[in-house]
Design a protein around this ligand. Structure first.
Ligand code: ADP
Ligand code: MG
Length: 378
């Protein structure tokens, strides 16, 4: 019996009917463009969140997390609606609400994705619950539908205006590949991302600088993009070329122009990254990753001193490319490095952080992994 099984039985008095798992993610390239209908190229990490669920014969919903001391939060199903006060449990409750559950359940969460590190523990949580419920109640939702529903849970129930990328990759990723996701229609293509056989590794650096996407910075960036879209009379920034943007410069404020320039150039970099990955040209991939960071730092203005230090120290230590990932204002950076240099790179980043008196960073490496799956049926 797994420890989640045991904890579930101990907490709720009977074993679970089902356990599902869903991974966190890292975005190789294509940052802050999911909400502009762009292409993104994330992959699922090996760390995942597990959701164990049991059907009840009443309309009570009880939720606990092993990362929240197994404390039970209880609600009546009919009370679960946006506006209901709560803490972490709003992620699973929002998922229940979005999927339209009609029966009571007990849920126990065991999350192994670092929380708040920009690796999307929130999507891993929502998608593990959604996958378990979809199977347990035979809802028959497709992966695209589950991605939209879990995004809705985070947007409308939790109140975080995230795009569609995190949930999509957590649900749809394949081991050994990055997922080229068209955020306009959620169509996908698996792009082989075999760093290991080229002697490379992807180092994830959690700066431990704290960001919260509810703090307004992310919402302001989205609002800038929406303002450009409405001023230029287009549907989304996806429709805009760099030439058209430059020709429209006078219609936009300076900050709107540079925000849109990030989106337009980043969309191009994603397509270029696919081309160089298909040619296994990792040096060229490194250059694109560096350009992405510069654009996020200078045009989109979502980096921070800790992220810049992580990136600069990685490059100085010989990384092929490095950039901030996720929403920004803290969280994680990635560095594409020679696997043989992992320890030196880590030491160099630690030294650079100590010199700036930043909190010590945490390090992870991960190969591209499988998306959400059912791992046990009782
Ligand atoms: P990220 O998605 O980058 O990790 P977020 O701030 O979007 O950061 O989501 C983190 C939040 O998700 C946590 O603060 C917590 O509320 C919730 N969460 C994620 N995983 C768990 C878990 N295993 N147990 C309880 N809450 C969790
Ligand atoms: Mg999140």
């Amino acid at each position: 019996m797994s420890s989640l099984d045991k904890q579930f039985a101990q907490t709720f008095g009977a074993p679970p009917d089902i356990i599902a798992a869903a991974p966190g993610r890292v975005n190789l390239i294509g940052e802050h463009i999911d909400y502009s209908d762009g292409f993104v190229l994330p992959f699922a990490i090996s760390d995942r969140t597990y959701a164990a669920v049991r059907v009840r014969d009443d309309r009570k919903v009880r939720i606990a997390s092993m990362q929240r001391r197994n404390k039970i939060v209880e609600h009546h199903l009919d009370a679960i609606a946006p506006g209901l006060q709560g803490e972490w449990e709003r992620y699973p409750l929002g998922t229940i609400w979005a999927l339209g559950l009609t029966s009571g359940i007990d849920i126990m969460i065991d999350g192994h994705v670092p929380l708040g590190a920009g690796l999307s523990s929130s999507a891993a949580l929502e998608c593990s619950v959604a996958t378990a419920l979809n199977h347990l109640f035979s809802f028959g939702y497709s992966l695209e539908e589950l991605a939209r529903l879990t995004q809705r849970a985070e947007n409308e129930y939790v109140g975080v205006p995230c795009g569609i990328m995190d949930q999509s990759v957590s649900l749809m990723a394949h081991a050994g590949s990055a997922l080229l996701l068209d955020c306009r229609d959620l169509s996908t293509r698996n792009i082989a991302f075999d760093v290991a056989s080229s002697g490379l590794e992807l180092l994830i650096i959690d700066t431990q600088a704290h960001h919260s996407l509810t703090d307004g910075g992310y919402g302001q960036r989205r609002a800038s993009c929406e303002s450009v879209v409405s001023k230029l009379g287009i549907k989304s920034l996806r429709e805009l070329t760099l030439l058209q943007l430059e020709a429209s410069r006078d219609l936009l404020s300076k900050s709107e122009f540079i925000r849109a320039r990030h989106a337009v150039t980043e969309m191009k970099r994603v397509m270029d990254a696919v081309t160089v990955l298909e040619a296994k040209d990792f040096l060229a991939l490194g250059v694109l990753i560096n350009q992405s960071h510069a654009s996020l730092r200078d045009d989109y203005n979502v980096s921070c001193p800790e992220l810049n230090t992580a990136v600069d120290a990685s490059i100085a230590a010989g990384a092929l490319g490095a950039r901030m990932v996720g929403g920004g204002f803290g969280g994680s950076a990635i560095a594409l490095i020679h696997a043989a240099h992992t320890q030196e790179t880590i030491a160099a980043i630690e030294k650079a952080f100590a010199a700036e008196s930043f909190k010590a960073p945490r390090f992870f490496t991960s190969l591209p992994s499988q998306g959400a799956e059912i791992i046990q049926r009782g």
